[in-house]
Design a protein around this ligand. Sequence first.
Ligand code: GLP
Length: 246
Amino acid sequence: MMRVIRVKDYQQISEKAFEIIKQTVTEKPDAVLGLATGSSPVGLYQLMIKDHRENGTSYREVRTFNLDEYVGLPKEHPESYYSFMHNNLFDHIDVKEENIHIPSSEGDLKEQCEAYNNALEEVQIDVQILGIGSNGHIGFNEPGTSFDSVTHIVDLNESTIKDNARFFDNDMSKVPAQAITMGISNVMAAKKIILVANGENKANAIQACVMGPVTEFVPASVLQEHPDVVIIIDEAAASSLYKEKR
Ligand code: GLP
């Protein structure tokens, strides 16, 4: 079942998402969290850090699994998702390094995909955080990816490279052309999924995700088939929903 929560602005998106995460780790201190990169979940991560500092909410027993990583950037690169997650969350809460899982693009890529997939098969993610690409991608599962996919290597679409160039001096040639990503079936295996999106740039993708046909051309549309999805969006990202009624 898909529940859409429309709020006023980015801050409220982050607060709503945070409520669910806080409840999850409070009820289940050894919860498994599926985490995402991108600008969308940063506000949520800031609230988790603030709450950890002020209220002592602990992540000591929590295990985390990230969705994806660029191919061709060393871990230490400031724009690797490894760096992103450490800078924006992990370095500021008490999660144990050995409980953090991020796909690695170092060494043999096929082996890395298999290893990540095996690790995912041993757990069930309690809550999976997702952003959405402006083309409807989730993780780095670009349009056309099979709903049955597991962790795999992808060639990034030009639109994704363009969207992400802002993190690479606005230079598309600096954006890695490939990534390693959890597959769609890995994402769908989570008990609960929270998708956060804000801004006009996401309005079409949200419309297709929530109201469009379930099709591999819009990876996020698969979420309509998941038993427990919460889509948290601001007014701008919701602006193409129910447009015909206005
Ligand atoms: C990237 C990530 C996705 C993310 C998407 C949206 O391509 N691989 O996981 O959801 O971008 O990013 P943002 O939240 O910055 O708009």
